[in-house]
Design a protein around this ligand. Structure first.
Ligand code: ZN
Length: 54
């Protein structure tokens, strides 16, 4: 089973919990954040279209 973890606070993101994935430059350079940590990042990157949501 694949366990998602927030790259910022290292909290495990549960299956039903919202997670935010951010790709920077390359498809392989992807970071995952929990909803709490991802919210401000999402706002910053919104205009750059770097946000992908699960
Ligand atoms: Zn987090």
């Amino acid at each position: 089973m694949f366990i998602k973890q927030c790259d910022l606070c290292k909290k495990t993101i549960k299956e039903k919990e919202e997670s935010i994935r951010v790709s920077i430059c390359y498809p392989f350079s992807e970071f995952m954040f929990c909803a709490k940590c991802g919210e401000p990042i999402k706002k910053i990157l919104k205009n750059k279209k770097m946000i992908k949501k699960d």
